[in-house]
Design a protein around this ligand. Structure first.
Ligand code: KIV
Ligand code: ZN
Length: 454
């Protein structure tokens, strides 16, 4: 099937940076821009040069050193902003000026205090000026989803005539819904003169938790660029999450017949780098890159995943750059996972002994929040006097695992190595012998308490 190409416009360094606690200095922005380049995004919005000297310098540095993607800079629809944006961008191999002006009545009346006609003229003149500097000009009618549609279409027609090459449709306040947003994009494509010859883009905020769904509805209706951020950071509830969008298209090509050139194996590293730079952690259950995204605690799930990861995983951890799946031992865990953890610690039991340990384990897991290896070793001692029963060839590997556990403070997560992406893992016996200590085991805080693995 023919797949339409979707451009990924990353605005982590601009809209993402506007989220509280996420501002970055020049060096940090440059470091992240290089990682975004490695990730394969098409456009990097590097900043808002008029906002501060630091942002100007960051955009300038990124424009001068990051060569492959388009480098965009934001400007309000006025000469000083546009000129400043161009000064910052002019060394870029592929520069883009991104001009925005609010178009909704509520913004015109209360924020800008201008009429619709003044707004239309300002948008047209701003795009003309931007075009005099740069061939690639994007225009965003801020608060588009609350703008009267007829007026929105008039503004868009005017900026196309003035030279805009991308029309970005922001759901600035995260108010729209997938059906409504899809209809708006379709209406723009079908009714605005010239719209079929420019790129239509989505820019969705997540106030109702619909940013990714709205963006996908936008591309189904004909948009060919998506604006998004790593970890979904951005104003208030954030922007559409890049990793979720990319993987929705990759995991469900039957529904979303589109392709991006993002290297999905770089998603986890990029997410980690952003968290490291901003010191803002990712919520554990965040789709795709949260630390629980490939962790299994329930016994039924663990048993299924050990037999074949496809039972409970719709993508392989490796396909997004996560080292391995994690089995977490907690009160919901089953014998299968417990048995493998015992083997990692150097003990193999028959069914009867494992039942006995399992009974005690459930009591302990129910009572204490933090069940650690030393608790398990105590349970094991009660059953068989502490003698390792693993064949010598396997037991040889155990001290390294125990040393790693000691280094990790006794609390850890282990992982199941996967086979090829989206292919069933090897049979249990092989898995057990190959279990590795998960490099993600350096979890901190309360969450760590139950994250010791099989
Ligand atoms: O959300 C928004 O409207 C924006 C524009 C500047 C594109 O971020
Ligand atoms: Zn925004």
């Amino acid at each position: 099937m023919e797949r339409a190409r979707i451009s990924i416009f990353d605005t982590t360094l601009r809209d993402g940076e506007q989220s509280p606690g996420c501002s970055m200095n020049v060096q940090e922005k440059l470091r992240l821009a290089h990682q975004l380049d490695k990730l394969g995004v098409d456009i990097i919005e590097a900043g808002f040069p008029i906002a501060s000297q630091g942002d100007f310098t960051a955009v300038q540095a990124i424009a001068a050193t990051v060569q492959r993607p388009v480098i965009a800079a934001l400007a309000r629809a006025c000469a000083p902003d546009i000129e400043r944006a161009w000064q910052a961008l002019k060394a870029a191999r592929r520069p883009r000026i991104h001009v925005f002006l609010a178009t909704s009545d509520i913004h015109l009346q209360y924020k800008l205090r201008i009429t619709r006609e003044e707004c239309l003229n300002q948008a047209r003149e701003a795009v003309r000026l931007a075009k005099s500097y740069c061939a690639d000009v994007e225009f965003s009618p801020e608060d588009a989803t609350r703008t009267e549609p007829e007026f929105l279409c008039r503004v868009l027609a005017a900026v196309i005539e003035a030279g805009a090459t991308t029309l970005n449709i922001p759901d600035t306040v995260g108010y729209t819904t997938p059906f409504e947003f899809g209809s708006l994009i379709r209406r723009i494509r079908e009714n605005v003169p010239g719209a079929k010859h420019v790129t239509i883009s989505t820019h969705c905020h997540n106030d109702l938790g619909l940013a990714v769904a709205n963006s996908l509805a936008g591309i189904e209706a004909g948009a060919r660029q998506i604006e998004c951020t790593i970890n979904g950071i951005g104003e208030r509830a954030g922007n559409a999450s890049l990793e979720e969008l990319v993987m929705a298209m990759r995991v469900r090509p039957d529904i979303y017949a589109y392709e991006t050139v993002v290297i999905s194996e770089q998603l986890f590293a990029t997410s980690h780098l952003l968290s490291e730079i901003t010191n803002v952690p990712v919520q554990p259950n965040k789709a795709i890159i949260g630390r629980n995204a490939f962790a299994h605690e329930a016994g039924i799930h663990q048993d299924g995943v050990l037999k074949n990861p496809l039972t409970y995983e719709i993508m392989t951890p490796k396909s997004v750059g996560v080292p391995d799946s994690t089995l977490v031992l907690g009160k919901h865990s089953g014998r299968h996972a417990l048995g493998i953890r015992c083997e990692q610690l150097g003990y193999r039991f028959d069914r009867h002994e494992l039942d006995e340990i399992y009974r005690d384990f459930v009591i302990v897991a129910d009572k204490i929040k933090s069940v650690q290896d030393h608790h398990l070793l105590e349970l094991i001692r009660n059953v068989q006097g502490g003698l390792p029963r693993i064949p010598p060839s396997y037991a040889d590997r155990v001290p390294a695992a125990l040393a790693a556990a000691a280094n990790a403070g006794g609390s850890r997560a282990s992982s199941i190595p996967h086979g090829k992406p989206q292919v069933a893992a090897s049979p249990l016996g092989v898995e057990a012998a190959n279990v590795v200590i998960n490099p993600m085991a350096d979890h901190q805080g309360d969450q760590e308490d139950y994250l010791w693995g099989v």
